[in-house]
Design a protein around this ligand. Structure first.
Ligand code: UT7
Length: 323
């Protein structure tokens, strides 16, 4: 059976770190409130001349170098992002060019904070159908460009960053012991589109717009739908929830991560959390968490990691990978 096996990861965070305390100068908020309600202590912010493509290229390059494969052997580059460099061409083709890839295909995918799980589902389907041998899945965002810095309910939540997974088609036995993607489920329901989005956009206002969110409602959907997505994914594999070695959810709020783990009866020490240091980096948050955990030695080859996400749309889903 063909599987999409993770060869390597890469990540990049902009140098500039913005602490919670910096918001106290301009907004009616506090470090205590932000950390207490979200678990966030700081976020990285891209420099003025640093674009989503720059962040993504650095993450992609690290993944390619760490796998030790020629860049030009990559058949597919999928960039999950809500913050492309320009409206067109797709930011993914700039990344493809900057990585020295001259063949195959590259495109952007927008599923907001669920972008990574959507991109994994798409890449996996190309790989297991035999069409693609190597795919680079990147989540990269510069949310700092679309935040309303006067809205304390949203601007404190997000950060910039990028991370990449290099996937390779490999023949495996066809059992749950196989390495690679065991299930990649995605969902959406547009009736909830008004809960989270941008005020304005290319076709509606000729601008990129700024983020708005009905925080409480999104919180409720997140703690209900992410556990459902994990249960769906695990039952599709036939494995029990207890087979999960690591839960690496979308990193929006520590209270959401705790709530998801609690519903699934997964112990907090099996939850990979980067929300304190990165804040919510949207499509980049899960691959960043996977990169951190695989590099610090927690996430080991052969272990099972479940990655649920929820984002604007609403979109949600879960990728289950044996590392
Ligand atoms: O990636 C997927 C999308 N994002 C998420 O999943 C995030 C989901 N939502 C959340 O994480 C939480 O809803 C928030 C962190 C956004 C808000 O936390 P909350 O516990 O739901 O607070 P709240 O919105 O109910 O606000 C409580 C109070 C309000 O004041 P009043 O009405 O009680 O007087 C807010 O105006 O806190 C106020 N507030 C703040 N106070 C200080 C809201 N933001 C701030 C702030 N600093 N930054």
């Amino acid at each position: 059976m063909l599987r999409s096996v993770v060869l390597s990861t890469g990540a990049y965070l902009p140098a500039r770190v913005m602490t919670n305390a910096e918001f106290e100068k301009t907004l009616d908020t506090s470090d205590d409130w932000i950390e207490g309600r979200t678990g966030i202590t700081q976020r990285h912010i891209a420099a003025r001349d640093e674009l989503t493509s720059d962040l993504a290229t650095k993450a992609g390059k690290q993944a390619i170098e760490s796998a030790g494969v020629p860049a030009d052997s990559i058949d597919l580059v999928i960039l999950a992002t809500t913050t492309p460099d320009e409206t067109m061409p797709a930011t993914a083709v700039k990344i493809q060019q900057q990585l020295g890839i001259t063949r195959g295909a590259a495109f952007d995918l927008n599923a907001a904070c669920s972008g990574f799980v959507y991109a994994m589902a798409v890449a996996n389907n190309f790989i297991i159908s035999g069409q693609v041998k190597r795919a680079l899945v990147i989540g990269a965002e510069t949310y700092s460009r679309i935040l309303d810095w006067n809205d304390r309910g949203t601007c404190i939540l997000f950060g910039d960053g990028a991370a990449a997974l290099l996937l390779e088609r490999q023949e495996q036995k066809g059992t749950n012991d196989d390495r690679g993607v065991l299930f990649a489920g995605i969902h959406s329901d547009g009736q909830y589109a008004s809960l989270l989005g941008t005020q304005g956009g290319v076709s509606s206002t000729r601008t990129a717009g700024t983020v708005f969110m009905a925080g409480k409602e999104i919180f409720r959907h997140a703690v209900a739908r992410m556990p459902d997505a994990v249960e769906e994914a695990m039952s599709a594999t036939g494995l029990p929830l207890s087979a999960i070695d690591w839960l690496a959810p979308h990193q929006a709020n520590q209270r959401i991560l705790d709530g998801v783990a609690q519903k699934l009866h997964i112990s907090p020490d099996k939850v990979i959390s980067t929300v304190a240091g990165h804040a919510n980096t949207s499509a980049a948050s899960i691959p960043l968490a996977l990169h951190v955990a695989s590099h610090d030695g927690r996430l080991k080859r052969g272990q099972l990691v479940a990655c649920p996400a929820l984002g604007a749309g609403l979109t949600w889903g879960c990728t289950v990978v044996r590392w």
